[in-house]
Design a protein around this ligand. Sequence first.
Ligand SMILES: Nc1nc2c(ncn2[C@@H]2O[C@H](COP(=O)(O)OP(=O)(O)OP(=O)(O)O)[C@@H](O)[C@H]2O)c(=O)[nH]1
Ligand SMILES: [Mg+2]
Length: 301
Amino acid sequence: MDKKEQFLSGYIAIIGRPNVGKSTLLNRILGQKIAITSNKPQTTRNRILGIYNFSGGQALFVDTPGIHKAKGKLNRFMVDQAVGACADVDLIFFLVEANDIPGRGDEYILKLLEKSAAPVFLIINKIDLVKPPELLRLIQQYSERFDFAQVIPISAHKGDGVPQMLQAVEPYLPSGPQYYPDDLVTDQPEKFIVAEMVREKIMRTTSEEIPYGIGVKVDTFTEKPEKNLVVIQATIHVERDSHKKIIVGKGGQKIKSIGQSARREIERLLGTRVFLELFVRVDKDWSQSERMLRELGYSKK
Ligand SMILES: Nc1nc2c(ncn2[C@@H]2O[C@H](COP(=O)(O)OP(=O)(O)OP(=O)(O)O)[C@@H](O)[C@H]2O)c(=O)[nH]1
Ligand SMILES: [Mg+2]
């Protein structure tokens, strides 16, 4: 049998600096939101698998935290997740922003890629923000620096270039089994995605150090099919009393609006009505505690 007749399957790691649009791209590929996004760097903290099925194959995309100079235990976990995702994959997407010039952060990643066995696509995202001459200059700069298997400009936000990008992936996938049933989009537990949706609303509506000191955990998740309802209780862990005050807001207004927008998104995800109850708890400097990191899913098992 030649390769054309065989089922193709393989892993593709999506890596890059923070905020370049990796999670937006994963959601665009899947046509569904499973990874949270925000205009702040360091939004994603774990690897997130997205299962993309096409006629004759299955591509498994792995969204990763942005690679940055990590200080502190949580950030080191995040960067380890990203770097580790490049091992044993069939292809790597190195995502950069069209409206930025290659910097030290990108150079650091290119050095990692030099050691990697997998072919690398340079995916230039956010082309909606630049004019063609700027894009050409960037392509030239990167191509002189590294031998990319392909260079593909896209807009994850608008979708431009994404179908072409997906087609370009197929020849790089080996023949292999169908790893997941074709109605599954991710292997992340619903509880994890729900906690992430709550965290996203906080990322998007708070500033300074607050979004970085938040951890969310779903404590209970009770399905009531007879009522087409899911009852969820979740705790927002913060590092300081002052952060708790800000998250709760005057008369509880802030936490109420976080809860409302998270609930709407979770209802869309689960396809049922949702009752969401949020608690805020101060765990002083939780992001430095091994125990708390483990509890919130930020440690290697
Ligand atoms: N204009 C424009 N904005 C984009 C595009 N793709 C992503 N963005 C925006 O870029 C910001 C960062 O997007 P994310 O998908 O969260 O980026 P990320 O690389 O996953 O970030 P981290 O998880 O922090 O590493 C968000 O505000 C997105 O809306 C694009 O194609 N065009
Ligand atoms: Mg992300």
